[in-house]
Design a protein around this ligand. Sequence first.
Ligand code: XMP
Length: 321
Amino acid sequence: MRTERITIDNAYAEASIAKIKSTVGNGRALCALSGGVDSTVCAALMSRAIGQNLVCIFVDTGLMRLNEGDEVEKLFHDNFNSQFIRIHAEDRFLSKLAGITDPETKRKIIGEEFIRVFEEEAKKLGAVDFLVQGTIYPDIAESGVGQALVKSHHNVGGLPDVIDFKEIIEPLRDLYKDEVRALGTTLGMPDTLVHRQPFPGPGLAVRVIGEITKPKLDTLRHADHIFREEIARAGLSTKIWQYFAIITDTKTVGMQNNARTYGNVIALRAVHSTDATSAQVAHLPYDLLATIVERITTEVTGCTRVVYDVTPKPPATIEWE
Ligand code: XMP
């Protein structure tokens, strides 16, 4: 792993843009957008360099947070001058994932289905010259180069085999996450985008333990939305690296209106980190946690219990799967 830091300033951004311009020339480039910081900053850099010669495809897997697909689309239209295609593919992803519980199998299915959906759309465009990948330095390091495989990270890995293109560009492959954010700011992107917390390629799939179903996803989305809303209300959204809810595969007994209930356990995770290779648990104020628990157990149907994960990375990873 690299230990020295790269200085991100206008000169770095201009040099990256110039390098992309000279590589791509008048060619056409194709980029997969996930809505996360990495792919968005990557697209911003590419868009700045080649404008309308960049085509961005956003595969809406149905594994996004509440309203996120619409937010990604709006953000793109407000900030970019390139072509944008959104594919609504929720049904496809959920039917492929039906009955699957193993985390690595889920990741592989999502990765493969992503490629298929992307490929179908890309084929409509005909040949492109370049395929852009938003891979960042920790993705490369953690996916097995120089150390044991931790999880098979899904960004757009695998695409090279199936898309008709000449070359791959990975403009962010040397950068840690904080450097990617600094680059976003340098490129004049809004804080809401730059300080958006990292979101994994496989989306909420890695936060639904056990089988992934639409009802579980909807329950998770609702709980996660409440958690994020309260973190924002407490003024903590830019002070915590990553915070999210998980829907466990455990059901427990609860009580409502003097009657016994039996419902889902939601877990909450909030961590501080600088590059995601290690993480410390955020010491959220107890009153804030109490408010969140109160809201989730009353507002989210079928949720009887909420737990807070206090495990650092290592030994745990940030995501539960
Ligand atoms: P873990 O769970 O490995 O996560 O400690 C480290 C960081 O990476 C994110 N993450 C992913 N990002 N594709 C991604 O692009 C993935 O498959 C993936 N898995 C985890 C995670 O959210 C955290 O920020």
